[in-house]
Design a protein around this ligand. Sequence first.
Ligand code: UD1
Length: 358
Amino acid sequence: MYGPIAHVLGARPNFVKAAPVIDALAADADQVTIHTGQHYDARMSEIFFDQLGLPEPDVNLGVGSGSHAAQTAALMVGLEREFLDRSPALAVVYGDVNSTIAAALVAAKLGVPVAHVEAGLRSFDMTMPEEVNRRLTDQLSDLCLVTSPEAVGHLAREGVAADRIHLVGNPMIDTLLRNLDRFDTAAVRAAHGLPDRYVLATVHRPANVDDPDTARALVRGLHQVAEQADLVIPLHPRGRAVLHAAGLDAHPSVRVLDPLGYLEFIAAVRGAAAVVTDSGGLQEETTILGVPCLTIRPNTERPITITHGTNRLVSVDELPSAARKALDAAPTTPRTPPLWDGKAGPRIAEVIRTHLFQ
Ligand code: UD1
């Protein structure tokens, strides 16, 4: 007798990746959705469930924010209780957030098999909490579900057996392609009074927004971009206080918004002349939408967005000139990375079915 497939979701990008997987398994699998509560504001969580048609979570652990140790410990205690109560046949974990590693660690200790969606990405930068989370999660996973070909090599070099690695494509892109008709750029422009030509920016990485001096330099760079085109910033709560103190919204061409729902956000990205970001997912979404993307990081775990897509890594100092080039450049048609075709969810479902039932 098999228990259910337990999907563990905690933070905003998890929701976008899980929707097509849960949907593809819905017809023939018993599933439970465990929301850890790592993200809890309605604009960071509930709106994604509503817009993406995700099932109401079976439980919300309400873990909330904290230091890495406090948050991860609380996640593990809550998840252990749930896994003991529900005896899942498989835990499906997504991406690289603290909920991901906490779930993998608890599942592995209880003997629950783990499937990791978005396995094998590597920034090779261990100062990023996400890199720690990814590496450890992959070591604990029975199924490493890979979005990008180079990740197969990373896993192989770390000793992951070939029969645990499955190149399945990118479920975040499934969600994007599935919702293309629902991204209403004109409506977002009207709702927020955006001009025809604007740059959209998102910043939330600890390395960019936690330290006040770094944040001040970032704000100076963003203001120089705002000299060239209006700058719209749906702001993640993490950076709010420090960036505000650094004067982010003091420039007349900067518009700081609350976090947007998925549909409004991607509509705003689609209508932008360029994107400035430190997000992981947005590097992938701009690749498919063909919007120039400047990533304010020294590295990326998603190099395929540079080789195939519109992404470029820039320092804060390079940002103004890179923005000028991006705004002046003729539009290009990016190459679609292999298997970013909208069918990753069904492929993942097939790998899971084969693992569980054959
Ligand atoms: C987390 C992930 C990061 C991911 C990001 C996507 C980890 C280690 N980091 O970062 O990889 O890119 O989610 O958004 O898991 N906060 C709120 N409301 C919320 C959630 C957070 O106000 O609903 C604020 C709190 O002040 C909190 C801070 O944001 O302390 C950080 O939240 P946390 O979940 O720890 O990390 P993120 O920066 O969101």
